[in-house]
Write a protein that binds this ligand. Sequence first.
Ligand SMILES: Cc1cc2nc3c(=O)[nH]c(=O)nc-3n(C[C@H](O)[C@H](O)[C@H](O)COP(=O)(O)O)c2cc1C
Length: 279
Amino acid sequence: MQKLWNINRWGFHFRNPISNYYIVETITTTMNQVIETLVTHKSIRHYTDEIPSDEVIETIVQAGQQAPFAHQLYSVLLSRNKERNPFSAPLLFTICVDSHKFECIMAKRNWKIKTNDLTVLLFGIQDACYMAQNMVIAGESLGLGTCFLGYPLTTASTIAKEYNLPKRVFPVVGLAMGYPAEDPPPRPRYPLDFVLFEDEYPELNDDRIAEAMKIMDEGYLSQGYYRKINYKIPLQDGEETFTFTDYSWTEHICRKLGQWHDSLEDQKEQLKACGFFID
Ligand SMILES: Cc1cc2nc3c(=O)[nH]c(=O)nc-3n(C[C@H](O)[C@H](O)[C@H](O)COP(=O)(O)O)c2cc1C
């Protein structure tokens, strides 16, 4: 299966499946404004001082709410405190799993929640993530830049205090937003045939894995991504042998999932502080 288009900062580049060359085209039957917004997405980490209006904010959150939901098990926190927000973003949303709200509704109907907390959390994360991504698309379609932030999962207890969250509300993801002060190129993605598996999951042979790694790594290296931000995740064991010439995306992600967050107890503590118990 061929990926028919690719993008870089100069626009859409369509791949010629035979020569493997990228040729620039402007019109295709599957391109429209929505698809264009989606495929030109890039996370923004530098923002101008311009403050998005209340109308813009409300439109974005309402567009988020129109995401499909199973239970609407979410709430959105907003901070306009630029000084406190990551990247000094004018807006910081924190999207939370919120079972509190629904349990209030249940009480009105003389019901008590019976579903176990892990399942509630998984249901809530589904709802919260669709809502959050809708907000990203809405924001970007209005000319704003966005960047998700993963820290709430491991700092939930602090966020709970900061925003005075009731029990049964668990912050899942942060979302910085504002008008962009940078225009980075879109980041690469795995090739389509490493993601879309029709009818059955294929054998991931060495060639297939190498091809996916190459596309990701060469994409990040050619943008000088880690060199520009001058950051490598430190190794917990062993000496650093990588330079910015070969410190690539797959190495970066390996250093996260290969080193961090091994303690289930730590995660359970964060959940417990928010009133969720996983045993
Ligand atoms: C759940 C989640 C957590 C993320 N956390 C962070 C973060 O803590 N810091 C950051 O700079 N980017 C964060 N990102 C943004 C990713 O780094 C970014 O989406 C990814 O590198 C792909 O780049 P792109 O969004 O520009 O296409 C996060 C993205 C997601 C979906």
